[in-house]
Design a protein around this ligand. Structure first.
Ligand SMILES: NC(=O)c1ccc[n+]([C@@H]2O[C@H](COP(=O)([O-])OP(=O)(O)OC[C@H]3O[C@@H](n4cnc5c(N)ncnc54)[C@H](OP(=O)(O)O)[C@@H]3O)[C@@H](O)[C@H]2O)c1
Length: 310
C-alpha cells in the first residue's frame, strides 16, 4: 500500500546505531514515541492531500472497473459510482483483494447518472470526503443495434439519454467543480475528464444510427468544453472503443457467429479487452498536454480496411 510504503520509508529513515542514539539523547525515548505518534498521522494527511482524487461513473462495468483498478494502483483516492451499491461493494472488495494501493477506502456513491440532481450530489459527496475532484471518467452508456427505420422514438431517446445526457450531466458537474478548485494535485488548478464515445461515431457501421448519433454528440460536446475550459486548465477528452469484451457487449460476444463477424471487422482480427481500453482512458486522464481529442482504441476498426475474414 502506498501509505504503508511511505510509512515504512519513514521507519527506515529513522535510522539505527549512532543516529538512533543521538535521537534518543535529543528527545528521550518517551518523547520520541510521542513525536512518532504525531509525525506519522501528519505524514498520512500529507499523502491524502497530494494524491489525485478520481471519480468514476460506471465504475462497476467492464471498462470502469479496470479504470478503477489502474487509478488505485497509481495511488489515486477513489470515488466510485454506478446504480448498484452491492456491486460497488463487490468492486471495493476486489480492489482490496488484488493488493492494489487502497491507501484510503474508496467512497462508494450509488447514483442513476440520468438524474441531474443525483449526479450533482455525487460530486458534492466526493468533495465533502476528499476536498476536491481532480479526474473524472464517464463509463456509462448503452448499445442499440437496430436500423433507423425500425428504431422507435423511445429507443432513440433512451440511447441518447444513457450516452449523451449522462455525459452532459457528468461533464457539467465536473467543469463547475474543477473551475472552483484553486489548487488541485501538484499545485495545478483545474482537472481532467474523459468521456466514452465509440468507433461508430466516426465510422459508418450499419444498424448503429441511434448510438452513432449519441456518441457523435458526446465527442462534439467534449471538444467544445475542452476549448471553453482550457483557460482553467480543465482538459476534456474522449476514448472511442471498438467492440470490447464487457457485459455491455455480451449480446454479441455470447453468439459465436456474431462474435466472429465482429472480430473480422477489426483490422487486428479480434475485439478489445476492457483493460486495453481502460489503459488508454487512464493515459488521457493523466497526460497534462492532451485536450479536445478523441482517441480510437479499436484495433483499426474506424480507420483501417480489414483484411480479416469473418
Ligand atoms: N463494450 C463495448 O463494446 C463498447 C464499445 C464502444 C463504446 N463503449 C462505451 O464504453 C463505456 C463503458 O462501457 P462498458 O462496455 O464498460 O459497459 P458495462 O460493462 O455495461 O458497464 C456500464 C457501467 O455503467 C453503469 N450504469 C449503467 N446504467 C447506469 C445509469 N443509468 N446510471 C449510472 N450508472 C449506470 C453500470 O452499472 P449499474 O448497472 O450497476 O448501474 C456499469 O457500471 C460506455 O460509454 C459504452 O457506451 C463500449
Amino acid at each position: 500500500m502506498l501509505q504503508c510504503r511511505c510509512l515504512h520509508r519513514v521507519e527506515r529513515d529513522r535510522g539505527s546505531g549512532p543516529m538512533r542514539a543521538r535521537k534518543a539523547v535529543l528527545f528521550g525515548s518517551r518523547s520520541w514515541v510521542s513525536l512518532h505518534n504525531v509525525l506519522l498521522p501528519l505524514l498520512s494527511i500529507l499523502i491524502v492531500m497530494s494524491a489525485p482524487v478520481s471519480l468514476i461513473f460506471g465504475a462497476t462495468g467492464g471498462i470502469g472497473s479496470h479504470t478503477a483498478r489502474m487509478l488505485c494502483q497509481r495511488g489515486h483516492l477513489l470515488a466510485l459510482s454506478s446504480r448498484s451499491l452491492p456491486r460497488l461493494r463487490q468492486l471495493n472488495e476486489q480492489l482490496s483483494a488484488t493488493g492494489s494501493d487502497v491507501s484510503h477506502e474508496p467512497e462508494l456513491l450509488p447514483c442513476d447518472a440520468t438524474d441531474a440532481t443525483a449526479v450533482d450530489e455525487v460530486f458534492a459527496k466526493a468533495v465533502e470526503r476528499f476536498g476536491r475532484v481532480d479526474r473524472v471518467a464517464h463509463c456509462v452508456g448503452s448499445i442499440l443495434l437496430r436500423p433507423l427505420h425500425a428504431t422507435t422514438d423511445e429507443q432513440f431517446r433512451d440511447t441518447w439519454k444513457m450516452n449523451t445526457w449522462t455525459a452532459f450531466l457528468v461533464l457539467r458537474a465536473a467543469c463547475k467543480q474543477m473551475a472552483r478548485q484553486k489548487g488541485s494535485a501538484n499545485g495545478e488548478r483545474g482537472g481532467s475528464v474523459v468521456l466514452c464515445s465509440s468507433a461508430v461515431a466516426s465510422h459508418g457501421l450499419p444498424q448503429h444510427e441511434a448510438v452513432a448519433a449519441a456518441k457523435a454528440g458526446v465527442e462534439g460536446m467534449a471538444r467544445s468544453a475542452a476549448a471553453s475550459y482550457a483557460p482553467q486548465n480543465i482538459r476534456v477528452n474522449c476514448i472511442a472503443p471498438g467492440l470490447t469484451d464487457t457485459p455491455m457487449a455480451k449480446f454479441i460476444t455470447d453468439k459465436p457467429a456474431a462474435k466472429r463477424a465482429s472480430e473480422g471487422m477489426h483490422a487486428l482480427g479480434r475485439i478489445g479487452q476492457p483493460e486495453e481500453v481502460a489503459a488508454a482512458l487512464v493515459s488521457l486522464l493523466e497526460n497534462p498536454f492532451i485536450t479536445g481529442q478523441t482517441l480510437a482504441v479499436d484495433g483499426g476498426l474506424s480507420s483501417l480496411l480489414s483484411q480479416q475474414r469473418a
